[in-house]
Design a protein around this ligand. Structure first.
Ligand code: SF4
Length: 107
């Protein structure tokens, strides 16, 4: 890899999984590298510690830009206190840490 390009590696202790090119977490790191740290992200990787295996995808500016729009739109909604629940967001309730205190869920 060129000296001016970086690989972003997220070390994982959990089970192996696929890494889609539009992964939100790694594209957020890539966004910070690209737009705030003057680094050129070239590769996104997950490294699974239990099995010493790495999976990688090339960085796509398209997915970084889509993620940036998502972050900015979400920030606008938070700042305007627009907390409307969508059907899509309700699909995450089973994995949510706030279930016990969430006013949106029936008890
Ligand atoms: S439990 Fe509440 S905060 Fe968590 S995802 Fe569901 S609606 Fe959102």
């Amino acid at each position: 890899m060129d000296n001016d390009k970086v690989e972003i590696i997220d070390y994982k202790t959990g089970s192996i999984r696929n890494l889609p090119q539009d992964d939100l977490q790694l594209n957020l790191y890539a966004l910070v590298c690209r737009d705030y740290l003057d680094l050129i992200p070239a590769k996104l990787s997950l490294y699974f510690l239990k099995i010493n295996q790495k999976t990688s995808v090339d960085v796509s500016n398209l997915y970084i830009d889509l993620l940036k729009n998502l972050v900015l739109n979400t920030a606008d909604k938070i700042l305007s206190q627009n907390f409307t629940i969508t059907q899509e967001s309700l699909q995450n309730c089973n994995d949510c840490c706030y279930q016990k205190i969430c006013p949106k869920l029936p008890n």
